[in-house]
Design a protein around this ligand. Structure first.
Ligand code: 5GP
Ligand code: MN
Length: 321
């Protein structure tokens, strides 16, 4: 952590990046850290390959995350909520992180590839990247404003599934309490993220839920969303966020899978399980080139057909069992 602080202190222009398809922890971590560094003051720019999902619009600084990187010199590039730069999805990432930049990674994913030559703060026991950033800001004695609190609490809240997943630990609750004392409200975050669904999103969930299937031989509960589903409902890909957690509530399933057809003949897979099933879904994700946590992971595969993808995953699981 001290190495990270020294790097930040000695850098003027800083670029903050996160993984593609950013979730609440990615968005909250980028915005929270960015606002904190701006107060030092530093020149900070934030970039995401994908548009930030509308559910995070209540975070006031969300428009500061751009989808264009300005071609200037950054002394420091910080990567959040993932540990290797390929995960940013940026095509010319090697140009962006050319050798004159210092690199800092802050992440909580286990067994990840870690970019070489980085200073890194990696703690796979941490519930979220946001909680690691909170510890860093405290150590740097940076004033944690209400805005920063909202961002970091959003990260902790979303990555613990609203303090319900097995990664919900005393430290997450203690940090959440400290952030609430700075003015953040869990009810407001919950309302925006979990309860603020629009009609197209609910219709899309309905379609996927109506076709859930369970596979007895593997213990998998599976459903999918096709491009035509999204068109018919007037929904966007981001509207599927959170749906896999509902599929994961099927009582006789050991793990759940949601496949979502994305525009470019790629299928995005989301896997979830519960601790007491003793399954590590990140192993499935990794064998398909993805990654994540033991109980929540994801991958992307080239495929034109969701049925083929389900069959592929069924075979991987059968081999493992
Ligand atoms: P989700 O299913 O919500 O997209 O992702 C669950 C977890 O898996 C998150 O921690 C996310 O960062 C990780 N994850 C999702 N997709 C990928 C992927 O394609 N590659 C890697 N390495 N991790 C992923
Ligand atoms: Mn995370």
């Amino acid at each position: 952590m001290q190495q990270a602080i020294d790097l930040i202190k000695s850098s003027k222009n800083i670029l903050i990046l996160t993984h593609k398809n950013p979730d609440g922890d990615a968005v909250g971590s980028v915005l929270g850290l960015s606002e904190a560094l701006l107060s030092l003051p530093k020149n900070v720019e934030c970039f995401s390959k994908n548009k930030i999902p509308d559910v995070f619009k209540f975070l006031t600084s969300v428009s500061s995350i751009k989808n264009q990187i300005s071609p200037k010199h950054y002394e420091l590039v910080i990567l959040l909520d993932c540990a290797f730069f390929l995960r940013t999805g940026i095509d010319n990432i090697n140009e962006v992180i050319s050798s004159h930049n210092n690199l800092l990674v802050i992440d909580h994913h286990p067994k990840n590839k870690i970019e070489r030559g980085c200073v890194s703060i990696i703690d796979d026991k941490a519930s979220s990247t946001a909680i690691l950033i909170y510890a860093l800001l405290k150590k740097m004695r940076i004033k944690i404003t209400k805005n920063i609190s909202d961002c970091l609490l959003t990260g902790i809240f979303t990555d613990t599934g609203g303090f319900q997943h097995s990664n919900t630990d005393p430290q997450s609750l203690e940090t959440a309490a400290e952030l609430m004392r700075k003015g953040s409200r869990i009810d407001k975050i919950a309302k925006n993220i979990f309860n603020g669904k629009n009609v197209p999103a609910i219709k899309l969930w309905g379609k996927a839920l109506s076709r859930i299937q369970t596979d007895k031989s593997t213990g998998m509960a599976v459903s999918y969303i096709s491009k035509s589903d999204m068109e018919e409902c007037g929904a966007k890909e981001e509207d599927a966020s959170g749906l896999v957690n509902i599929i994961n509530t099927v009582s006789d399933a050991k793990f759940s899978l949601l496949l979502t057809e994305s525009a470019d003949k790629k299928i995005k897979g989301s896997l979830r399980s519960e601790d007491y099933h003793g399954i590590d879904v990140s192993e499935i994700a990794r064998s398909l080139g993805g990654g994540g946590h033991k109980l929540a992971s994801g991958f992307e595969m080239e495929s034109e057909n969701v049925e083929n993808s389900v069959e592929k995953i069924r075979k991987i699981m059968l081999k493992k069992l």
